[in-house]
Structure formats: structure tokens, C-alpha cells
Write a protein that binds this ligand. Structure first.
Ligand code: ADP
Ligand code: NI
Length: 217
């Protein structure tokens, strides 16, 4: 199958599957990260098809929304590739992205990352920063029943992936627990540059948030 046709087919399949997805992890999120990846790959050589397919499938069955099931998304991705007759080598590279893209509280095992995985991670993580990142965090917070903020609950340092996943802390804490850490984790130059601006926006937002809590203008 031609690469273009394959990407179209995969997009159609995932778009349909994400019809009822939570607003921060829906098809529009996928579209934004694909655009981020395109920007990064203008300056960085990589197998574009692998990056695009990895991102198309990366949130197909996010464990967060599937009772922690890490296998579901991989099974669905594999099934799609079998049905479309994609080469095993390609399928394996794409699944490597799906399996390893997640931040997971920063507990992912350190191992050699492929160039394609690095780009996919940058693209996905940029969407957790800046104005869109703020919107997604509060949307997810509401969706999962979190408070906006709670002066009695301070940000914490998690000691395991499970602890990170199982906490129900206020959304504002998530800025300290994850979002503000993303800037330093970017791999490509393009992503680092965009992350700098989006990080600043997160800091400005938090500063104003604190001001207003104190009753200031
Ligand atoms: P990943 O899927 O890469 O491991 P996360 O699951 O931590 O990343 O989160 C993806 C996005 O979902 C975050 O960038 C944020 O917008 C939202 N999100 C996840 N966990 C929380 C949380 N505890 N509070 C608020 N938003 C969250
Ligand atoms: Ni994502």
C-alpha cells in the first residue's frame, strides 16, 4: 500500500474510534501533534511515515481511559496493521512509539530512543504546554473529578508510575508535577524553541493565578 493511502486509512480508522474521546485526547489532539511533528521534521531527518503513524495511533486506547490496560492500544494497532498488510518491520517501529511515547510520571525506563520516537514525544509533549496545555489540563481535571486547586494539598513528588496515575490531586498541582518539567525534556531544536515560549506562558498563568488568589488585580 502507498504510504499516503496508509496514513489516510489509519487516520480515518482512529478518527472514528476517538469520536467520544475526552476533549484533551481526541482526534483534534492527534491533528495538533501531527502538525507539531511536521514542524520538527522540517529541520530534522526521520522516517516521516513512522512518526505520523505512531502519533495517529498513540492515544487510540490510552491506558488512563481503559482502566490502566496498556495492551489494548497495542492490540488494536497491531490488528489494523495485519488487516492492511503492513510490513512487520514498519508495524514494530510504530508500536515502539505507541508503547513508549507516554510521560507516565517520568518513570519510563531509560533506554535508547529511536529518532522517530524522540520526535513523536516532542510533538505530543508540546501539546501539554502553553495555552492549549492549560485548557487540556483543566478539561482532564474536570473529566476525572479533580478540584481546580486546594490550598491544603501541596504538589508532591511521585515515587512510582502507579502513584502518579492513582493520585487525584487538584489540576493546578499537575503544573508542578508534570507540565513545568516538559521544557527540559525536549529533544529537537525546534521543539526546544517552541517549548521555551509555552513554558513561559505556563509560568505567567500560574503567577497571575496566585495573584488573584491573594485578592490582587
Ligand atoms: P502521558 O499520557 O504522556 O503519560 P499524561 O497522562 O500525564 O501524559 O497526561 C496527558 C495530558 O492529560 C496532560 O498533559 C494533561 O493535559 C492531562 N492530564 C493528565 N494527568 C492530569 C492531571 N493529574 N491533572 C490534570 N491534567 C492531567
Ligand atoms: Ni497524546
Amino acid at each position: 500500500m502507498k504510504k499516503k493511502v496508509l496514513i489516510k486509512k489509519a487516520s480515518r480508522f482512529v478518527r472514528k474510534s476517538l469520536e467520544n474521546a475526552e476533549g484533551g485526547h481526541d482526534w483534534l489532539h492527534v491533528k495538533r501533534v501531527l502538525r507539531n511533528a511536521r514542524m520538527i521534521m522540517k529541520k530534522k531527518k526521520a522516517d516521516k511515515t513512522i512518526v505520523y503513524l505512531g502519533l495517529i495511533f498513540h492515544d487510540l486506547a490510552d491506558p488512563k481511559f481503559n482502566h490502566g490496560d496498556k495492551e489494548k492500544g497495542i492490540k488494536l494497532t497491531r490488528a489494523f496493521f495485519e488487516e492492511t498488510g503492513v510490513k512487520e518491520k514498519t508495524a514494530r517501529k510504530v508500536i515502539n512509539i505507541v508503547q513508549n511515547i507516554s510521560y507516565n510520571g517520568g518513570f519510563q525506563v531509560a533506554k535508547k530512543l529511536s529518532g522517530e520516537l524522540k520526535i513523536a514525544r516532542d510533538a505530543d509533549r508540546l501539546d501539554a504546554m502553553g495555552a492549549i496545555g492549560i485548557a487540556r489540563a483543566f478539561h482532564f481535571g474536570g473529566y476525572s473529578g479533580r478540584k481546580i486547586y486546594d490550598p491544603g494539598i501541596k504538589p508532591v513528588k511521585y515515587h512510582s508510575e502507579q502513584e502518579y496515575r492513582e493520585n487525584n490531586n487538584p489540576t493546578i498541582n499537575h503544573f508542578h508535577e508534570k507540565l513545568l518539567r516538559l521544557r527540559k525534556q525536549m529533544n529537537s531544536r525546534v521543539a526546544k524553541k517552541i517549548a521555551r515560549k509555552r513554558h513561559k506562558f505556563l509560568e505567567d498563568f500560574l503567577q497571575q493565578f496566585k495573584r488573584e488568589l491573594k485578592g490582587k488585580s
